[in-house]
Write a protein that binds this ligand. Sequence first.
Ligand code: NIG
Ligand code: FE
Length: 412
Amino acid sequence: MSPDAITLLVRNVGELVTCDPARGEAPGVVRGAAVAAAGERIAYAGDESGLRGLAMADGVVEVDAAGMAVVPGFVDCHTHAVWLGDRAEEYARRAAGAGYEEIAAAGGGIAATIAATAPADTATLVAAARPRLARMIAAGTTTVEIKTGYGLALDAELRQLDATAALGDDPSLPATVATYLPLHGVPPGDRRSFLDEVCDVGLRQAGARARFVDAFCEAGAWTVAECERMLTAAASHGLRPKLHADQRSHSGGAMLAARHHAVSADHLEHATDADLQALAAAGTVGVLLPGAALVLGGPPPPGRRLLEAGATVAIATDCNPGTCWSESMPLMVSLAVATSGLTPAQALLAATRGGAAGLALDDRGVLRAGMRCDLALLSTSRWLDIAYHLGGPVVAAVIRGGRMVGPAPVTA
Ligand code: NIG
Ligand code: FE
């Protein structure tokens, strides 16, 4: 059988949302369309009439989209999805007036999740994260980045990276990208020797398992100087930087990210226009986390200001037990439109192509021949409903790497 033979065919697509700039006005919609895949890759995406002449493989899988819309699988480029325990009590206390920093200073917050997560073996971590990733793919996410940061001790951090790899090997879950986030919670002992160990040992060991490195650059967490030392050391281990920047205060994170040509700078609620211009000039993607901003209160993420500065924008869930327990990219698209000044088309691009840019992946996020065949088949004929129907069940079926993903087990 020819390697170019079509193994999957999605016909009768009412709106094929390509997110391809070559298709004209964003988000690049083709009506009356079809997608054909040969193995993991798209062989054809466009007008249904263009299917004529394609060679079909024996046993080609045919899917009738029944006039519904099809979009690229979402790329969720910022999560902390591997954790144990929960912080529901803390969530309720915050709703009653306690502050995030106040709870953290009293030993709650990130430290509470570290206490629950760090002792677990890899299999336990995988089991805890699996239902979260199942909900993600059911909501249309086909690639998810997962950070460490709830291990603190190096061996526990490495188990989080191993769990992330194991989750991504399961074809019924999203593909995973691992980020080593060693500077997240603050160690109880001497922070200087902790940082020495991260730089001297952690980066080398994590370098074989992770693609990116990240730090929580914030008052009460890690300083610009500490983060800068770690990012500088990370470069020699092939770990490209990402950064939690200017989330709770104007910490200097965005400028640090720009100086290091970070792949992304994330949160940015307190970034100035000069910060955002520096990110744009450095080619650093600005990642909006509108769920976390909403839960924590304070200013919304600067979506429109990032676009005006000329930056590439991504949207992600930040899925974590403290500031945003959500697995839903469609909800984040809605929130980015409602709170961050993006149009629905800009938000959809930020959740697909933008997310791929936020992970330096150039093979997904756009529906075009040669790209990975990662698709979300919607339950509605209008892609606009992704933004319009807040929290609605807009995704009917998902294709990852040219294969239909079976019905995902969904548990609380
Ligand atoms: O992205 N900002 C730091 N880290 C997470 C929150 C982690 C937590 O509270 O457990 C965030 O919001
Ligand atoms: Fe985060």
